[in-house]
Design a protein around this ligand. Structure first.
Ligand code: B12
Length: 402
C-alpha cells in the first residue's frame, strides 16, 4: 500500500522563533510499518498537504491538542476523495471522540504492536474503528525512527539545519501540573536498551539532537548511563531538566549537552541554584515559565521577570497554564465551570482557555505578553539566540551557516 503519513500544522506562539522540527512520532510509525508498504511524509508545517496525491491510506499523526482542527480537516479531505484515514498520536488519545468522527479508525496510545495489525486489517477490508493495545509498549519494542521519510534540507531555519529528535525512554514518574506525559505514556520510566540508543544516535546524520525524554532528572541511573554512552559520539544535544547534581551535570556537559529546557513554576532559590549550576557547567538554560497557576495574582509577572533576569536565564518562553483535555486538571476545571471554551486550536499555551483563580483571563493574557516583552527588552530573543549559537560554535561542536 502507498501510505501517506500526515503531520498537521499548528499555529506558532506569537513570540516564538518560527522554526520547524521533524515529527518523531511519524518517523516511529514509519519504522513500525512492514517493509512491503511504501511510506511518505507530508508535514503541513512545511508545505500544504496535497489531498489529491495518490494514496491507499492517509495516516494522520498528531502531537498537540492545537493540531485538532487541521487534523480533522485533513482527514475529512482525504475521506471525501475515498481515501481511508487512520488517526493516531497524542491529540487523538486526548480527544478520541472527536477524532473518531473524522477517521475510519483511530489508534489510542502507542503504535508499537498495533500499527501492523491496523494495516493488515485494512488490506483485508476488516478495519476496526478503534485500536488500543492493552498495555504500554516494552522498551525493546520501540524502534529506531525512520528518518529517511524526512527529505534532505527540509528542516532548516535561516539556512541552519534543525536538530534531529531522539527518544531514549518514555513515561515520567513525576505528576507535574499540567503535563500530559504521565497520563499518555504512564508513570513508569521505560528505558530503551542503551546499545540500541547509541546505534540510533550514530545513525543520525545531524550533529545536533534533541533528546525528547521527559524530565531526564526522573532517573539518575539512566542519566549517568546515557551521558556516559553519548560521550564521544560528537553530538551537541538539548534536553529536558537534568538532576541538580554536580557529577550528572559534568557528565551531561562532557557528553555534548549545551542547552536544557527547564520548567519554571516558582521564583524559588532551588531554581536559582539549579540555573547557576548549569551555567557553571557551560550549559545554557531556556525556562518554560508557566503563568496562571491558582496561587498567581497580578503581581506574578513582574516578580517572575525580575527573578529570571537576576538568575541570568538565557532564554525564556512564557506560557499560560493550559488544562489539556485528558488530564485531571481539565476534568477538575470542567467540573468547577472554569473552562471558557473548547476551541481546541487555541489550546496552545498562549491563549487563556480557563478562568484563573486570582485574576481575570484578560489580565493573564496581557501579563503573559508583558512578560515576553519585558524579558527581551534589553536584548532581543534573536540576539540572545545568536550569542548562544556562537558559544556552541566556539566549542568547536559545529559551524553555523555562513
Ligand atoms: C518534541 C516535542 C515538541 C517539539 C515539536 C516537534 C515537532 N516536530 O512537532 C516542540 C519543541 C516544537 C514542542 C513545542 C510545544 N510543546 Co511539545 N513536546 C514534545 C515532546 C517532548 C516529545 C514528542 C515526541 O516526539 N515523542 C516521541 C514520539 C515517538 O511519541 P509520540 O509522538 O507520542 O508518538 C507515538 C504515539 O503517539 C503514536 N502515534 C503518533 N502518531 C501516530 C500516527 C498514527 C497513524 C498512529 C497509528 C500512531 C501514532 O505512536 C508513536 C509511537 O508509539 C512531548 C513530550 C513527550 N515526551 O511526548 C511534548 C508535548 C507533546 N508538548 C507539549 C507542549 C505543551 C508543547 C508547547 C505548547 C509547550 C510550550 N511551552 O510552548 C509547545 C507548542 C506551542 C506552539 N504552539 O508552538 C505537551 C502536549 C500539549 C498538548 N497536548 O497540546 C507535551 C505532551 C509535553 C507535556 N509535558 O505535556 N514540543
Amino acid at each position: 500500500m502507498r501510505i501517506r503519513l500526515i503531520y498537521p500544522s499548528w499555529e506558532r506562539l506569537r513570540y516564538q522563533t518560527p522554526y520547524v522540527l521533524p515529527p518523531l512520532g511519524a518517523a516511529v510509525v514509519a519504522a513500525l510499518t512492514p517493509p512491503e508498504h511504501e511510506v511518505s511524509l507530508s508535514d503541513e508545517n512545511l508545505a500544504p498537504v496535497d489531498l489529491d496525491a495518490p494514496a491507499d491510506l492517509a495516516a494522520v499523526s498528531t502531537m498537540l491538542i492545537s493540531q485538532a482542527p487541521r487534523a480533522c480537516a485533513i482527514a475529512d479531505g482525504f475521506r471525501s476523495r475515498g481515501v481511508p484515514v487512520v488517526m493516531g498520536g497524542l491529540m487523538v488519545a486526548c480527544l478520541p471522540e472527536l477524532a473518531a468522527r473524522h477517521a475510519d479508525a483511530i489508534v489510542l496510545g502507542e503504535a508499537e504492536g498495533v500499527w501492523p495489525q491496523v494495516l493488515a486489517d485494512l488490506e483485508r477490508k476488516a478495519l476496526r474503528p478503534v485500536y488500543r493495545r492493552g498495555s504500554l509498549a516494552g522498551p525493546e519494542e520501540m524502534p529506531a525512527a525512520r528518518r529517511d521519510i524526512f527529505k534532505p534540507g527540509q528542516y532548516a531555519y535561516r539556512g541552519l539545519r534543525m536538530m534531529d529528535l531522539v527518544e531514549t525512554s518514555r513515561g515520567c514518574r513525576f505528576g507535574c501540573l499540567p503535563c500530559l506525559v504521565p497520563h499518555a505514556a504512564g508513570r513508569e520510566h521505560r528505558m530503551r536498551d542503551m546499545a540500541a540508543v547509541v546505534r540510533e544516535l550514530r545513525g543520525v546524520e545531524c550533529d545536533r539532537v534533541f533528546i525528547v525524554d521527559s524530565a531526564l532528572e526522573q532517573n539518575e541511573d539512566h542519566e549517568r548511563a546515557l551521558f556516559r554512552a553519548m560521550k564521544g559520539l560528537g553530538k551537541s544535544w538539548v534536553g529536558h531538566a537534568l538532576s541538580a547534581r554536580p557529577d550528572i551535570m559534568s557528565l551531561a556537559a562532557e557528553s555534548g549537552c549545551w542547552f536544557v529546557y527547564q520548567a519554571v513554576l516558582h521564583d524559588s532559590p532551588r531554581i536559582r541554584e539549579k540555573i547557576r549550576m548549569m551555567h557553571d557547567h557551560g550549559i545554557a538554560v531556556e525556562g518554560t515559565i508557566l503563568l496562571g497557576l491558582d496561587e498567581h495574582g497580578p503581581d506574578v509577572f513582574k516578580r517572575m521577570v525580575d527573578f529570571l533576569l537576576e538568575c541570568g536565564l538565557d532564554l525564556a518562553e512564557f506560557t499560560v497554564l493550559t488544562p489539556f483535555p485528558g488530564t485531571p486538571l481539565f476534568a477538575e476545571m470542567k467540573k468547577a465551570g472554569r473552562i471558557l471554551h473548547e476551541d481546541w486550536g487555541r489550546y496552545n499555551a498562549e491563549n487563556v482557555v480557563f478562568r484563573p483563580a486570582r485574576m481575570t483571563p484578560e489580565q493573564l493574557a496581557e501579563g503573559c505578553r508583558w512578560a515576553w516583552e519585558a524579558f527581551y527588552e534589553e536584548e532581543s530573543q534573536s540576539a540572545k539566540m545568536t550569542r548562544l549559537y556562537r558559544r556552541l560554535a566556539g566549542r568547536g561542536a559545529w559551524q553555523p551557516p555562513a
